[in-house]
Write a protein of this length. Structure first.
Ligand code: JDE
Length: 238
């Protein structure tokens, strides 16, 4: 997968693209992520990327020309990217969307900022995406959240075991099961016996029961949703 990011603050991505699973996926060549400074696509001396809104009102708006110039330059050759715009009132990002996006060969993420982007930029956009009902100073963190959730789903990016665990639960939106590691007792708190039993079938059913219970307690709508879609087995429903 290739991802092109358009932003006025490219430096925000430096650590994200170097560290951890994402950093390894890029350095190993499994995925390609290029961050582009929208300012590099301006033509005036002051490299202006924003301007005051027509009709008045507070703040500034990202100008269309630099973004269109970047889009034209980056789409001259190769596959046309699926274009996302990160903004507070977009479609809510979730695991389902992460799975869908992970299947695209090429993404472009335009990071909104200020009061927003000129509406004409949306003619380039396939999906306006929000990571939540709150307003941030820029769309760069949402872009990193989206890339993290999407890139970890690319085959080979995660170690096998981890990706296997993710498939069985998170892709149905169920909350994860409790995790423990050594020591078996810590400050009077013991690891549940079943996890020390080495009985894999019992451990698996305990984990599934814990995951369903936690989801029912905290996010009952996810259970209802899975029931409606017939995605819960008979024993899971008991
Ligand atoms: C594209 O335009 C934007 C983008 C952002 C940054 O993104 C988010 O906040 C976000 C993205 N997912 N969840 C939150 C902020 C505004 C904005 C609007 C009004 C007042 N102040 C700022 C506009």
């Amino acid at each position: 997968m290739r991802i092109d990011v358009l932003t006025v603050l490219p430096g925000l991505f430096d650590c994200f693209l170097k560290e951890g699973v994402i950093g390894k996926a890029i350095s190993s060549g499994k995925v390609e992520v290029k961050v582009h400074n929208i300012r590099d696509f301006t033509t005036d001396k002051h490299r202006v990327v924003d301007d005051v809104p027509y009709g008045g009102g507070p703040g500034m708006v990202l100008k269309p020309e630099p973004i269109f110039r970047a889009y034209d330059e980056l789409t001259k050759e190769g596959e046309k990217p699926y274009v996302l715009l990160t903004e507070p009132w977009g479609e809510k990002f979730n695991q389902e969307m992460a799975v869908e996006l992970s299947k695209k060969p090429r993404l472009m993420i335009i990071c909104g900022r200020y009061e927003g982007v000129d509406e004409r930029v949306k003619s380039l956009v396939d999906r306006e995406v929000s990571i939540g009902d709150y307003v941030l100073t820029g769309g760069e963190l949402p872009a990193m959240v989206i890339m993290d959730a999407v890139l970890r789903l690319i085959p080979g990016v995660l170690g096998n075991l981890e990706s296997l665990r993710a498939d069985s639960f998170s892709d149905r939106g169920l909350l994860g099961y409790p995790n423990y590691t050594r020591p078996a007792e810590f400050r009077g708190m013991k690891v549940p016996e079943v996890l020390l039993s080495g009985h894999h079938k019992k451990i698996e059913s305990w984990r599934k029961e814990q995951s369903l219970r936690k989801t029912l307690e905290r996010r009952p709508e996810i259970i209802e949703n899975l029931k409606r879609k017939g995605l819960l087995t008979k024993e899971e429903l008991e």
